[in-house]
Design a protein around this ligand. Structure first.
Ligand SMILES: [Fe+2]
Ligand SMILES: [Fe+2]
Length: 246
């Protein structure tokens, strides 16, 4: 399904079904002045569906550039498909050795820096919540949307597939935030939740955020961000207490 996050940012969500919950594996489409940009490329499992939705959402013009959060397959799985389908699609990645990670012809972005992509300014942030090195969060200055992986995710029930945080009864539920981070960011058990909060606040204070757009969760509206953050830190606290390090 496609859901508009702002005038120029569209969420194309896909999910993987687990036994009693679903997990988003999404891409986001950005309409820039001179073309279309996607953040991440989605999973191979959704290759046809994502490609067709992008074809429709771009009025058959296709994608001109991909900005990659990191090279895990659920994020990078369709890069070659997009290039086969739409030709010379520019790839922007923070990877230090893109060829080794199977990313051919990549333009390197610098974590901590900014770059113009199709006439639009993006900043690349060193993420306090990631699952591997060479991950970047991506801030789009025009829409003020912050794209995140793998942090800021949540599991969801099938009927919540297209929700933003504002569509839940009271923002994204704690349990869905907790279970996602427990399962996917396993190092959280070793982290001081207070220091994590400080690191997240330091990042978020640098940018005015209209929405957080996670690859593995429901988008979080800026007005819901404090509530989400409180729950995330409570989740980190619970995870830490479940795994006492000897
Ligand atoms: Fe990942
Ligand atoms: Fe991921």
């Amino acid at each position: 399904m496609t859901v508009n996050i702002t005038d120029s940012v569209t969420w194309i969500n896909e999910s993987i079904a687990h036994s009693d919950f679903n997990e988003h594996v999404s891409v986001y489409l950005i309409e820039a002045e001179t073309g279309y940009i996607v953040v991440d490329s989605g999973s191979v499992h959704h290759r046809r569906s994502i490609s067709e939705q992008l074809q429709d959402a771009t009025d058959d013009k296709g994608v001109d550039a991909i900005i990659l959060s990191h090279s895990d397959y659920p994020h990078s799985g369709n890069i070659s498909e997009f290039r086969d389908r739409w030709g010379d699609v520019e790839l922007i990645a923070s990877s230090g050795s893109p060829e080794i990670q199977g990313l051919q012809n990549a333009t390197k972005c610098t974590i901590g820096g900014s770059m113009d992509v199709l006439g639009r300014e993006f900043s690349f942030i060193d993420p306090p919540l990631a699952d591997r090195s060479h991950t970047t969060w991506i801030y789009d200055h025009a829409s003020r949307v912050l794209f995140t992986a793998d942090g800021f995710g949540n599991y969801h029930q099938p009927e919540e597939e297209d929700y933003t945080s504002a569509d839940f009864d009271n923002v994204t539920p704690f349990e869905e935030i907790y279970q996602y981070h427990r399962d996917n960011l396993v190092w959280l058990r070793y982290v001081d939740p207070g220091k994590l909060r400080d690191a997240l606040d330091a990042t978020l204070n640098q940018f005015e955020v209209s929405s957080v757009a996670p690859i593995h969760g429901n988008p979080i509206r800026g007005s819901d961000l404090d509530t989400y953050l409180d729950r995330l830190i409570r989740a980190a606290d619970k995870i830490t207490n479940e795994y006492v390090v000897a």
